[in-house]
Design a protein around this ligand. Sequence first.
Ligand code: NAD
Length: 311
Amino acid sequence: MRVLVTGGGGFLGAAVSEALIARGDTAIAFDTHFPNAGIAAPEHCVRVQGDITDMAALAQTVLAHKPDAVIHCAAIVGVLFSIGSPINIVRINVEGSINVFEAMRIGGIKRCIHISSEEAYGAFRAERIDETHPLEPVLPYGICKATVEQLGRTYRDLHGLEVINLRTSWVYGPALPRDRIPRNLVLAALQGRALHIPSGADTAIDHTWIDDWVSAVLAALDHQAHRFDVYNVSSGEAATVTELADIVRELVPGSQLSVGPGLYRHGNRIELVRKGALDISRAQAEFGWKPRFDIRSGLAAYVEAIRGQGE
Ligand SMILES: NC(=O)c1ccc[n+]([C@@H]2O[C@H](COP(=O)([O-])OP(=O)(O)OC[C@H]3O[C@@H](n4cnc5c(N)ncnc54)[C@H](O)[C@@H]3O)[C@@H](O)[C@H]2O)c1
């Protein structure tokens, strides 16, 4: 299979491109830049430097490389960026996604796996929520995700596209590029630095280990007939920031990590709305995907991977 991976130079896009290549598929990675040198096997990997706001570049890419499907990861990521420049995130995340859908029309490509986010839900109304929870996003990032999901339905109804939305929750892995939990906890512990996170004891978040996220995307890509167009993808359990720090302390004895009371804040500034666990039973029932890592085994794998990099 030939798969166009938008954002193929980023954390998730590069990981799924590598997984496609490893199983013998061809990844056409499309991104404005490629900081991750990891993508090997050039005979199965095409890199296209381009911008999803450039419709002509996307159209040329699908016509030249003839992908069978799209995994759409390109986006401005993170709620802080979205607050700093709402117009920019709408241009890239919404307008860019429309260009991806238009390019699919031009290239006769039916299926797109769109990487959505638990931010599309807004404040969780229960400790564990499933895909029927209302979409009440509160910040531009989540509003854009919900909008792209809905635009995917428009393209389904008008043009026969099949846009499958994976509502992904806080993925972590060695290449996580952002300075946030649990990366900051793991790095501080391994570098012998004390770290105090001012607040977060009352925020429980469902964290997803990178390998589980990759296997979910491939399972959704491969599934023959989807009965739904949206699936939660996460570990299925939430942990408070204090619990994360406790686990990292156990994994790296002697580390000095502490977490203050209250809700976690994005960049120590913007208080998170209520989060929790995602119910992932739909993905399991429909395409047989199940995460292999809980937060403890995922953090253990994370610590080992960072140790292996010589941190
Ligand atoms: N990492 C997570 O925890 C998480 C959780 C939920 C959803 N997501 C979604 O998954 C996707 C990938 O996230 P990530 O963590 O890999 O982030 P990332 O920042 O590492 O990757 C995003 C990639 O998109 C590229 N990009 C940005 N603007 C572009 C443009 N105009 N044209 C082409 N490429 C552009 C960036 O260069 C980057 O390589 C995003 O859509 C993100 O919203 C991520």
